[in-house]
Design a protein around this ligand. Structure first.
Ligand SMILES: O=c1ccn([C@@H]2O[C@H](COP(=O)(O)O)[C@@H](O)[C@H]2O)c(=O)[nH]1
Length: 240
């Protein structure tokens, strides 16, 4: 991607309709807002909603976690890149050929200046060590599995990975500080963890080097989403 500076706080618009999403964005009304459109909203509203957000000057991360044969993800990535999104996700579990195909698709769908960042999902932040070992069938620690995928993602041309905040230091020390880390599972102090297994506060995530913090329910389901957004920004600004 070009030199576009992106807000390190990404708001996950996990709502059912485009109207709800646009209303939230209008209420928060931050100058450099960066939002994530995930499966719920994209499958309901499609590319038109991404276009509407872009027309309002909002940077969009489309989080569809691509995972299919290389030819299919190449086409999907090309379609998403054409929408002018700033970031998109692919599952590292698909392997090198699939990751490289995403890169080819993105390059075919966007100019070098507008190229979206491609980030590989390592292990979902809802995955605990027990789930990893007993259900997914990967032995060892979550950190080891995450690092394995981070190294694969980097050597396959990805710009960074999605991981939990506590894995950021290990990834940065192995892959270098410019390798981007996008961290969901962010919970301001006192918030419910919901289905997330590997969580961190905004302060801790930023302190240990996370580049982008993804926050959904702690903002969008808050009694006052505008105040919740600004409280997190304030907490982040207090970190050096
Ligand atoms: O490992 C992952 C990858 C993506 N996500 C997404 O981030 C948000 C988190 O929402 P919260 O409400 O703040 O828990 C959500 O859209 C997920 O799809 C993730 O949580 N973990």
């Amino acid at each position: 991607m070009g030199a576009r500076k992106l807000n390190p706080l990404i708001v996950a618009l996990d709502v059912a309709t485009g109207d709800q999403a646009l209303d939230l964005v209008k209420r928060i009304n931050a100058p450099d807002m960066f939002v994530k459109v995930g499966m719920q909203l994209f499958y309901a509203e499609g590319p038109e909603l991404v276009q509407k957000l872009r027309e309002r000057g909002i940077n969009v991360f489309v989080d569809l976690k691509l995972h299919d044969i290389p030819n299919t993800v190449k086409g999907a990535a090309q379609s998403l890149a054409k929408l002018g999104v700033s970031m998109l996700t692919v599952h590292c579990a698909g392997g090198r050929a699939m990751l490289e195909a995403v890169q080819e698709g993105v390059e075919a769908g966007s100019s070098a200046a507008e190229r979206p960042l491609i980030v590989g999902v390592t292990q979902l932040t809802s995955t605990s060590e027990q789930i990893l070992n007993e259900e997914i069938g990967i032995p060892g620690t979550v950190e080891k599995a995450v690092l394995h995928y981070a190294i694969l993602a980097q050597s396959s041309g990805m710009d960074g990975v999605v991981c939990a905040a506590k894995e950021v230091p290990l990834i940065k020390s192995t892959c270098g500080t410019s390798f981007i880390t996008v961290t969901p599972g962010i919970r301001p102090f006192g918030c419910d963890n919901h289905d997330q297994a590997r969580v961190a506060t905004p302060r801790d995530a930023l302190r240990i080097g996370s580049d982008f913090l993804v926050v959904g329910r702690a903002i969008i389901q808050a009694e006052d989403p505008v105040a919740a957004y600004h409280n997190i920004i304030k907490e982040m600004n207090e970190v050096n």
